[in-house]
Design a binder for this molecule. Structure first.
Ligand code: ZN
Ligand code: ZN
Length: 389
């Protein structure tokens, strides 16, 4: 008997993921496709710290204390760890709907909207849920073919829906969302401290050395100091300002995206349903709350029989071919992808048939797949009461 060896290339799901991300280390590292500014960030941080360790630290360690370079090294390592953790992780990308799931949602929406005459504008694809006595609109993503969970948004640069989307940050080369926000904040905070630290000891170094050998001689002996002072001076304003802004957002349990859109202020007059109305509680939730696993399963093996939504290639009709102008206050009953902000009663999963609601609390509906459920004509909106926190 002769054994026949068949070599098969293993295909992992990250290789087939739609969206504009790049992966390396066999899917362990995930970033945005555009990384030029991220390399500039790395260059500025590493370059400035290298100059500081080369020119100031030897003198300051002897003249003042050996703790100065030690603390600088610890701070530098922490900054780099937070930067790489933010840049290389899944920010909370939501998987796109499978083609059959997308078809099912389309059928549901059409069933809910009824027949639309030619030339008539179709109503917007919005679903309302009630969270902490506030009505929150869930919008349909025409690219991902899902109803976005509360606080999620589609990043046009990465071409993915991201849960608790904050913003896309070119400086870290990634989206900032539910899974990496706290690391992004710790990065800006520690970078602010590092910048202030280096700037301060640059000035101390010049002052001490000028007393020994004169100001001009000091600048000639340590040319790196001038570069460091300039980089730190210009970085200081932006980084410290950014840290202050995010501290303000965290104290309100608000995202940059919500702040820019005025989701909880201005004309909408809706109060933030996620805020505890307590700064300490809000900070604890954002910075010390639970961490969430990635739902992409990037390193999972591709299965021919049962491809997952994360591995489905984008189909031509996945594009926003059926976009329609928004008309407010129209609701659909199509399903959504739940997250922790979604009330339990409103977590039907993809493909759940429409739930009839009587009043505000719908009956528990057992999630079913698109294959074993057919859309029903049930135009009643889902409005759910729940205490999110
Ligand atoms: Zn999307
Ligand atoms: Zn992005």
């Amino acid at each position: 008997m002769s054994a026949v060896m068949i070599s098969r290339k293993v295909t992992r799901k990250w290789e087939k993921l739609p969206g504009k991300n790049t992966f390396c280390c066999d899917g362990r590292v995930m970033m945005a496709r555009q990384k030029g500014v991220f390399y500039l960030t790395l260059f500025l941080i590493v370059g400035t710290c290298a100059l500081f360790f080369a020119f100031e630290c030897p003198y300051l360690a002897v003249r003042l204390s050996a703790a100065i370079p030690v603390f600088a090294i610890v701070l530098f390592l922490f900054v780099m760890a937070m930067l790489l953790r933010t840049s290389f992780s899944d920010p909370g990308v939501l998987p796109r709907a499978l083609p059959e799931e997308a078809n099912f949602i389309e059928m549901e929406i059409e069933a809910a909207n009824g027949s639309i005459q030619a030339g008539q504008r179709p109503p917007p694809r919005i679903r309302n849920v009630q969270i902490n006595n506030q009505i929150v609109k869930l919008k349909y993503c025409y690219t991902c073919k899902i109803f976005r969970p509360p606080r999620a948004s589609h990043c046009s640069i990465c071409d993915n829906c991201v849960d608790r989307f904050d913003h896309h940050c070119p400086w870290v080369g990634n989206c900032v969302g539910k899974r990496n926000y706290r690391y992004f904040y710790l990065f800006t905070l520690s970078l602010s401290l590092l910048t202030i630290y280096i700037f301060t000891f640059d000035i101390v170094h010049v002052a001490l050395r000028s007393m020994d050998s004169g100001f001009l001689n000091t600048l000639k002996e340590t040319p790196g100091t001038v570069i460091e002072v300039l980089v730190c001076f210009f970085t200081l304003w932006s980084v410290v300002g950014l840290t202050g802004f995010h501290t303000y957002l965290i104290s309100l349990n608000q995202t940059t995206n919500e702040d820019i859109k005025g989701s909880w202020s201005g004309k909408n007059r809706i109060q933030n349903p996620y805020s505890h109305k307590n700064i300490i509680k809000n900070c604890c939730e954002v910075l010390c709350g639970p961490t969430y696993p990635s739902v992409l399963d990037r390193r999972g093996l591709m299965s021919v029989e049962a491809p997952s939504s994360t591995s489905s290639p984008p189909t031509p009709d996945n594009a926003a071919t059926k976009s329609n102008p928004a008309t407010p206050n129209t609701k659909t009953t199509a399903p959504l992808i739940p997250n922790e902000h979604t009330p339990d009663e409103a977590k039907p999963g993809i493909g759940t048939p429409p739930q009839k609601t009587n009043g505000s609390i719908p009956k528990e509906g057992k999630p079913s797949s698109p294959r074993d459920a057919s859309p029903k004509r049930s135009p009643a909106p889902i409005v759910v009461k729940e205490s999110a926190h």
